[in-house]
Design a binder for this molecule. Structure first.
Ligand code: T6T
Length: 328
């Protein structure tokens, strides 16, 4: 398998992009479609990365951001992008690891090369897995992110008690991986912590608030909540504060929004996991450019890493730069 290390990816890119002038001449005429999962701060930062690389390389980008999460919203947008007839590469975060395979295969048959960012298709192994047609998956190691979140929450609650997961949708590689990693660590490393359940909020913050509030009522000795993405964590944190339990019930927030950082400063959130969406977008466009220039050794998987933010390092500029800065 063409294995992914951050170093390997950078090396590939360095080779691919070593002759900037020549490359941008070759890039004339290339059009990339960018189709992320939903309007949220994570993908807005990713868009900044997409646009930065595209500006440097002289590439045209057509961006369409679905207003809500789901295959039924993303598929018609994808089909419309394919129907335009001018898109060479598609940078997409598939909203379902199985259901988006067919629509993306149609795009491929129409001559569009696929790069997945943030979420993957199949099992994410584009060398040997059930789905191999995308050029690359560029995103977080979300199982590892779930493990990190579990250890952070376990520490915050003193290694014992009941915890709950609020997540978005089933069959989404990113949040599914986070819950898998979280449960794995709680099962194997913390015998005195019980994961009492997981709710799906369909990426709606109000639903996340209601579900977490109901759980707080049902389980009065709840010790902690893992919010697996922007809206899950915001909803969880809001419900905990509304119940007057800020600090008593600890929250771990995946995704470094300003809201999560405020709640970190207030003692409601104990750990914030920042992904690197700018890097995902930037690398994806760079990979498309490299492929168009004839590079054949692009890694099929690139893990972009995390910044793990807590109250002790949140003001360190080297860490704070990974807080999602969205244009107003
Ligand atoms: O957590 C990110 C992303 O990684 C996930 O796939 C979907 O939710 C976010 O966009 C945050 O809202």
């Amino acid at each position: 398998m063409r294995k992914l290390t951050k170093l390997g990816a950078v090396a590939a890119l360095t080779v691919a992009l070593s002759s900037g002038a020549a490359l941008s001449q070759e890039m004339d005429g290339i059009t990339i479609g960018f189709l992320p999962g939903v309007v949220d701060p994570f993908y807005q930062v990713m868009e900044l990365g997409v646009n930065a690389a595209a500006a440097e390389l002289g590439i045209t980008v057509i961006t369409q951001i679905p207003p809500t999460w789901g295959v039924e919203v993303q598929t018609p947008i994808l089909d419309a992008m394919v129907a335009r007839g001018d898109i060479d590469y598609l940078v997409i975060a598939p909203t379902d690891k199985d259901q988006m395979v067919g629509p993306l295969q149609n795009a491929l048959e129409a001559g569009i090369k696929i790069i997945t960012v943030d979420t993957f298709l199949g099992d994410g192994d584009y060398a040997d897995g059930p789905v191999t047609f995308p050029l690359s998956y560029i995103g977080s190691d979300n199982v590892e992110g779930g493990r990190i979140s579990a250890r952070g929450l376990a520490k915050a609650i003193g290694g014992e008690g009941k915890v709950y997961i609020n997540s978005t949708n089933p069959n989404v590689s990113s949040v599914e991986g986070r819950a898998i990693g979280f449960n794995e660590v709680m099962d194997n490393e913390y015998p005195d912590i019980e994961v009492i359940g997981l709710d799906f909020n369909l990426d709606d913050m109000n639903t996340a608030v209601q579900q977490t509030a109901a759980t707080l009522e049902r389980v009065p000795d709840l010790a902690g909540v893992f919010g697996t993405n922007v809206f899950s964590a915001q909803g969880a944190g809001t419900a905990v504060v509304n119940a007057g339990l800020g600090g008593a019930v600890q929250v771990v927030a995946y995704d470094a929004t300003k809201f999560a950082i405020e709640q970190l400063r207030e003692g409601v959130v104990s750990l914030v996991l920042a992904q690197k969406p700018f890097d995902m977008g930037y690398l994806a466009v760079s990979f498309a450019a490299a492929d168009a220039a004839g590079v054949t050794s692009l890694p099929v998987r690139v893990e972009t890493g995390f910044a793990i933010i807590d109250i002790d390092n949140v003001d360190d500029p080297e860490v704070a730069r990974f807080i999602y800065q969205v244009p107003e």
